[in-house]
Write a protein that binds this ligand. Sequence first.
Ligand SMILES: [Ca+2]
Ligand SMILES: [Ca+2]
Length: 164
Amino acid sequence: MKFITKSRSPVTVMLVAILALTACDLAAASAVVNEVELSPSNEEAPMWVELYNPGDAVVDVTGWAITIKDQSWAGKMHLQGILEPKGFMVAEGQTSWIKSSNGTVILTDGSGNTVDSTPLLHDTKANDFSCGRIPDGKDTDTKGDFVYTMGTKGRPNGGSIKIG
Ligand SMILES: [Ca+2]
Ligand SMILES: [Ca+2]
């Protein structure tokens, strides 16, 4: 389409470049809290939070943090590393944290901006079940995004359910 290239003004080219840059920025922030274990089967085991990158761009989470909040306490996990496209990452809490079986999980970037947050999650039994998005990355900002089922730490959620 040679005639289109010829008619493109410098302003148009610049606008396209800016739009492309914006798209990259949006993709770079693509990460969700994908699975949460608030009540591990083993009393000595830590709580953990799994992140998932549903996008097509690498996400550098260095400087980011995950906070688990309940009414009476909050625990913060500091992150570092790279989250690959369609990749998973697990952050573990302190074993001393009170396993109160409820929590809201918030993912923040290096500037403290919220990247993702969950509804209040419940995990009342100390077992290997956890709260996870099924399928991975499902994010409609409702409680229905999360299903209480067998944990899949660092792996796709839903066990044998075909993802995608
Ligand atoms: Ca559990
Ligand atoms: Ca998982």
